[in-house]
Ligand binder design. Sequence first.
Ligand code: GLY
Length: 395
Amino acid sequence: MTSAETIRVDLADRGYDILVGAGMMAELGYAIRTRFGVRRAFIVTDEQVAKHWLEPARQALSAAGCQTELIVLPNGEAAKSFAQLERLLDRLLDARIGRDGVVVALGGGVVGDLAGFAAAITLRGLDYVQVPTTLLSQVDSSVGGKTAINTRHGKNLVGSFHQPGLVVIDTAVLDTLPSREVLAGYAEVVKYGLIRDSAFFDWLEVNGAKVLAGDPEARRIAVVESCRAKANIVAADERETGDRALLNFGHTFGHALEAEAGFDGRLLHGEAVAIGMILALDLSHLMNLCPGQDVDRVRRHFARVELPMDIASIAGSNAWNAPVLIDHMRHDKKVLQGRMRFIMARCIGEAFVTAVVEEDVVTAVLKKSLTATPNSMTPPVKISGVTVGTASSGS
Ligand code: GLY
């Protein structure tokens, strides 16, 4: 039997366990049976994940006595649509899913968000289990109960909070993940260090390369620490009225970059978040909130692990401009009473939310990033006598 680390998301009667370990896929059926009893398991996955993980998941469920049904979605962000949601709901209802059913979301963030939303609204709420197969979904989207689809008005604008009943994370599945996907997910790992835990950032500076290279113990620690951080934040603020917003560090910028890139695969969510976090740090420094040496430390780490840092590193971004990006930010669902909200940093390990940001300062930060030498330690810009992006002036 695989030894798993158990992390509890402490949400009273909606609380649940996150099980993390290499080889956990083989325990999926027993983990479900232990918590829910024997169930009809409706596996929702995509074509790519199905190639590698469908049979192991199915076998594990059958071995525990669960009857399995299968629903395969197309690959990619386009699956988070009304059309695919309708198709999924029809499949669940055609198969006469009842309260004895459990939806098993086997895949990355797209599968988890769509399957979770289907579980939230079918028969007014079904149990579901997250079995995330990307680093990004293991450390972020599978935990916390955010479910959604995209509409023509924007990403994740239709959805609900519906907590899973269990999250089963097999860190060994990352071995079949393309390295670009692992690196993109790693940006969300770094985020936990940046927003609340400087000791974790210290650890990543030493061990991040091992996490990316596939060292099993380094991967286990990175996933466990990230899930622990997320579980604590979600338990304290399930509905994002307070500290949960810190998890959006880098996301106001990142979502604007994704919207402008158009979800065509040239920019992964984690890559957008990586660039967005650097923009948020630059903005914090420019506003004299965060010491320049902290921004440089993060840049050095990103350079070492080859995470993108500047907008200029995105293919086609030479045709972009700051006003268009700011316009995307205004349409972010985090906008409150017409004011954009930013997650800023006081230093590595301490983030906070503010709406007190001048647009010309945001414009300056975007312009610098749009014209930077891709992934270099960019030269400083001076605005109103303040220096941004250098190893010097403290806050
Ligand atoms: N991914 C951000 C959150 O779950 O709140």
